[in-house]
Design a protein around this ligand. Structure first.
Ligand code: GRG
Length: 301
């Protein structure tokens, strides 16, 4: 069902190059006042990261027959809010990390106040793009749907809420249902939005296809986070580009900590199968999404 590995690698490289250029064009130039803030925004966003969320949106768009140009600004908005969350998460008040994407974290390369402002400004820019970017479909209804989906995904009933639960539960033992609920907010909500924002760009999308995409996105979001926790446990800092074994050191409740490695890997396999089953109504049209799902769950960083 999925693309050959070389074809997929070439496609991922093309999508990443497209996103690098698209993000660079939409970020304020480093020479523009206030220069230090703009330089720190560009430092944090450009030149790294897998671009998972934009790639999920681009693959969804392809499966729905949309042109990539039409969704490029929405893909940028997703990456901007994701980078905002990483920059804030790395701060001493949260996870206190020195390394991100193989480089010093934003507050190490600049300073803590700048890192706070970088996160704030990236979040604002994301919503400005959804409201105003000329490349998005010229429909106020589509733009309002996109704003609503992204806002809900990252607020207190989405990513920020999941992060709050994660911080509150450090050093406490959660059961596996509580961990999965936390993950579905902290990571899953933005992954789900990446797919559903593609769906939102199609006016009058068939309800069966919309349900199929929602049924794909939820298990993929959870499987992605479990895979991330497995990589944290099994990977090394150089390959990951961030500090390995950090969850264990912080006493975090994760799938590997609670269930062990083999059962966590089995959970990823089951969630992945559930996600792929959900795409059945698309037939071969959803092959781009199937290929991206395979890549996400076989990744090494
Ligand atoms: C600060 C509101 C707020 C939220 C922070 C994203 C996040 C929530 C915390 C980062 C720590 C973490 C492990 C989150 C889980 C999500 C995740 C797997 C993030 C890393 O995403 P990747 O692998 O990173 O897509 P790259 O660098 O490739 O973009």
């Amino acid at each position: 069902m999925s693309a050959a590995p070389e074809a997929l690698t070439a496609q991922l490289d093309l999508w990443r190059a497209r996103m690098e250029a698209a993000l660079s064009r939409r970020l304020p130039p480093a020479e523009r006042l206030p220069e230090r803030l703009h330089a720190a925004m560009r430092y944090s966003v450009l030149g790294g990261g897998k671009r998972v969320r934009p790639i999920l949106l681009l693959a969804t768009a392809r499966s729905l027959g949309l042109a990539e140009d039409e969704v490029e600004a929405a893909a940028c908005a997703l990456e901007l809010v994701h980078v905002y969350s990483l920059v804030h998460d790395d701060l001493p008040a949260m996870d206190d990390d020195d390394l991100r994407r193989g480089r010093p974290t934003c507050h190490k390369a600049y300073d803590e106040a700048t890192a706070l402002l970088v996160g704030d400004a990236l979040q604002s820019l994301a919503f400005e793009l959804l409201a105003r970017d000329p490349q998005l479909p010229d429909s106020p209804a589509v733009r309002v749907r996109l704003v609503g989906l992204l806002a809900e995904a990252i607020g207190s009933v989405g990513m920020a809420g999941g992060q709050a639960i994660d911080l509150e539960s450090e050093g406490r033992r959660l059961d596996i249902e509580q961990v999965e609920r936390m993950h579905s907010l902290k990571t899953g909500a933005l992954i789900r939005a990446s797919v559903m924002m593609g769906a939102a760009c199609v006016p009058d999308l068939d309800a069966r296809l919309e349900r199929a995409l929602a049924g794909f996105a939820a298990p993929i979001g959870l499987a992605f986070q479990i895979q991330d926790d497995l990589l944290d446990e099994l990977g090394d800092t150089a390959t990951l580009g961030k500090t390995a074994q950090s969850d264990r050191e912080r006493g975090k409740s994760t799938h590997p900590a609670i269930l062990g490695i083999p059962a966590s890997q089995e959970r990823v396999r089951r969630l992945s199968a559930q996600a792929l089953e959900s795409l059945a109504p698309f037939g071969a049209k959803a092959d781009p999404l199937r290929a991206v799902a395979d890549w996400l769950l076989a990744r090494r960083n």
